[in-house]
Design a protein around this ligand. Structure first.
Ligand SMILES: [Zn+2]
Length: 71
C-alpha cells in the first residue's frame, strides 16, 4: 500500500501510463540506446489530493538492487 507523500492518504495503485499516439506506454531501462529493460512503470494516484506517483513493481527491482532488500 502506497501512502500519499503530500497528504498521507492511501493511494490507488497499478494504473498504467500511456504515451499518446503510440500506445506502447513507457519503460525504464539501463543506460544506453538499447539498454536492458528493467520494467514498465505503474502509476498510483491519491484520490484525495490528486498526487501522482510513478513506480516499478517490486518484482522488477531485483534487476537493479545490489542485494535483496527486506521490506
Ligand atoms: Zn494526497
Amino acid at each position: 500500500m502506497r501512502i500519499c507523500p503530500h497528504c498521507q492518504y492511501e493511494m490507488r495503485e497499478s494504473f498504467d501510463i500511456k504515451i499518446d499516439s503510440t500506445g506502447n506506454g513507457l519503460k525504464v531501462t539501463k543506460e544506453g540506446t538499447f539498454g536492458e529493460v528493467i520494467g514498465k512503470p505503474k502509476v498510483a494516484v491519491c484520490p484525495k489530493c490528486g498526487e501522482v506517483s510513478i513506480y516499478l513493481d517490486e518484482s522488477d527491482l531485483s534487476a537493479i538492487a545490489p542485494h535483496k532488500i527486506e521490506y
